[in-house]
Design a protein around this ligand. Structure first.
Ligand SMILES: NC(=O)c1ccc[n+]([C@@H]2O[C@H](COP(=O)([O-])OP(=O)(O)OC[C@H]3O[C@@H](n4cnc5c(N)ncnc54)[C@H](OP(=O)(O)O)[C@@H]3O)[C@@H](O)[C@H]2O)c1
Length: 280
């Protein structure tokens, strides 16, 4: 399945959140189409084992490490393992993340907020702090951080998620300029994408699934766009129609963009957004 040779060819790539969704598809594409060696990171051994089996003859290009990316010590242990095993990673793709249940800010506990910031933001701080000195030794290094369209504009029900992804966007954009000429740094802001990330929303009704289907880009199509962006070393990747809307709307009419989207959510009357708009 080898594609035309790109800068990714034969690289060693760390992909977090490689056990499912976009991370798994990105890892597959790197392995099968760019002859990369991938070190996948996630917590679920069952999912990683299944992925390893799915890779079949390509499994020799895949290794995985199981750890929680939101803990600094785990990254330090991982870096030690990398060095002890004489591995020389070229590219770091920080993709692991969670989508907290849509809710209003008043209802989130401090623990909910810390958890989202730890997994969606601080995991990237730790991984870059610990891994950058190693990655920058590569002759052609790269760092790709997966944020979200939620970094462009906040909607009702996404306060914590948007804050975590906006923080990641800000961090990534500064690091991009600080390492310009030394390292490719890419920021990916996908819109709604059909993956398992919605499993914690507590609304598995046909109407909710239909709504997700309507607004979501299929995972394979999203990963096509992400791979195209990385191959072409794009700095900023706003993919999916909703991401483009949030990107442009968030700049041209920041209040109107949030207001219109939040009104559509409210008018949809989906049980999914009940907690967001219910006044106690
Ligand atoms: N799907 C969307 O609509 C959408 C839109 C915009 C942005 N994004 C972002 O895209 C990224 C990938 O999401 P996805 O849709 O592919 O979701 P997904 O299918 O739920 O995959 C998330 C991945 O992250 C891993 N993960 C979560 N918490 C972790 C932790 N504490 N430590 C280590 N690994 C962890 C999960 O593995 P384990 O469970 O095995 O740990 C899983 O492999 C996320 O950052 C998400 O915020 C998604």
């Amino acid at each position: 399945m080898a594609n035309k040779i790109t800068w990714l060819y034969g690289k060693t790539v760390i992909v977090t959140g490689a056990s499912s969704g976009m991370g798994k598809d990105i890892a597959t594409r790197l392995i099968k189409e760019h002859s990369c060696t991938v070190i996948g990171v996630a917590r679920s051994e069952a999912k990683m084992k299944a992925f390893n089996e799915e890779l079949g003859e390509y499994a020799k290009q895949f290794t995985y490490k199981l750890f929680d990316v939101s803990i600094l010590e785990n990254w330090q242990d991982f870096a030690k393992w990398i060095e002890e095993n004489n591995i020389h990673p070229d590219i770091l793709i920080n993709n692991a993340g969670i989508l907290p249940k849509f809710d209003k800010f008043e209802n989130y506990s401090i623990e909910d907020i810390r958890k989202a910031m730890d997994i969606n933001f601080f995991s990237n701080v730790y991984s870059m702090k610990v891994m950058m000195p190693i990655i920058l030794k590569s002759s052609d290094p790269g760092i790709v951080n997966v944020a979200s369209s939620a970094a462009f504009a906040s909607l009702a029900g996404t306060s914590v998620y948007s804050a975590s992804k906006a923080a990641l966007k800000g961090l990534t954009e500064a690091v991009r300029e600080e390492t310009r000429g030394r390292c490719y740094v890419g920021l990916v802001c996908p819109g709604f994408t059909k993956t398992d990330i919605f499993r914690n929303q507590g609304d598995d009704t046909a109407s909710a699934n239909k709504a997700f289907d309507l607004v979501s880009t299929p995972c394979a199509k999203m990963v096509d766009m992400i791979m195209h962006g990385i191959i072409h070393r794009k700095s900023r990747m706003a993919y999916g129609f909703d991401s483009k809307y949030m990107d442009i709307g968030g700049r041209m009419a920041p209040v109107g963009c949030s207001k219109i989207s939040s009104t559509v959510m409210k008018k949809s009357k989906l049980p999914l957004f009940d907690d967001v708009f219910k006044v106690q």
